[in-house]
Design a protein around this ligand. Structure first.
Ligand code: BG6
Ligand code: MG
Length: 218
């Protein structure tokens, strides 16, 4: 039976994807090249340093190890400028309602985010108290598609991986959930998230009925 739902944060509950994109774009422009929205797709679910490596390889730029750290810091400062402007408007429509419904149905809920800023974002939007478990980029270092972040979430929730449903907008995140032996719900487009057990455009489009229909995939 399904006992818990594990939610990715960026692109599932809050629409920060564009903010990440703007900050990375600013960095690449500073370095003399550019990235597109399409490049940004590969950055979803991927840790900050791993994103930087991908971006530098797009631009064909190589740099020393401590310079890498400075570049990542700079991107993060620009990203946080956007984060500090966020309001409840940036919570994706229907997300909180669905999470509340899940809890009322007696299931546990956790956040599993590759972001080191997950706590800041949850606090800013007054969402932190809703989740009994938060596993983020400060405690996990293996990037999705490694299943570590979801396995750790299940362990902290006190449930078996096969009783968890994961909600993810990233290709790497769906892969990580599947690698953890969990069922996955893709948030976004069907053709992008082919490996998910179910795909919905947003969390707001998800019903409890849809959720419990996943039981049949056990
Ligand atoms: C993920 C995003 O949630 O967090 C990635 O999808 C991002 O795009 C990653 O790179 C790390 O975020 P942060 O906030 O630690 O730089
Ligand atoms: Mg995401």
């Amino acid at each position: 039976p399904i006992k818990a739902c594990i939610f990715d944060l960026d692109g599932v509950i809050v629409d920060t994807t564009h903010f990440h994109y703007l900050a990375w774009k600013r960095l690449t422009n500073e370095l003399g090249f550019d990235i597109t929205e399409e490049d940004n797709e590969q950055l979803k679910g991927v840790s900050r340093m791993e994103c930087l490596r991908i971006i530098l390889s797009i631009g064909g730029v190589s740099t020393s190890a401590d310079k890498l750290y400075d570049l990542a810091e700079m991107k993060n400062r620009w990203y946080l400028e956007h984060i500090y402007t966020m309001t409840e408007q940036n919570v994706i429509a229907g997300a909180v309602e669905f999470i509340d419904a899940v809890q009322k149905a007696g299931l546990k809920v956790a956040i599993a985010s590759a972001s080191k800023n997950a706590g800041i974002i949850l606090d800013k939007l007054n969402l932190r108290d809703r989740f009994s478990v938060l596993v983020d980029g400060n405690v996990v270092n293996k990037s999705k598609p490694n299943p570590e972040i979801f396995l750790r979430s299940a362990r902290e929730l006190g449930v078996e991986p096969d009783s968890c449903i994961v909600f993810e907008d990233a290709i790497s995140g769906i892969q990580a959930a599947n690698n953890a032996g969990m069922r996955s719900v893709g948030i976004g487009s069907d053709d992008m998230l082919k490996n998910a057990h179910l795909v919905v455009p947003t969390l707001g489009a998800m019903s409890l009925e849809d959720l419990f229909s996943l039981e049949n995939f056990a």
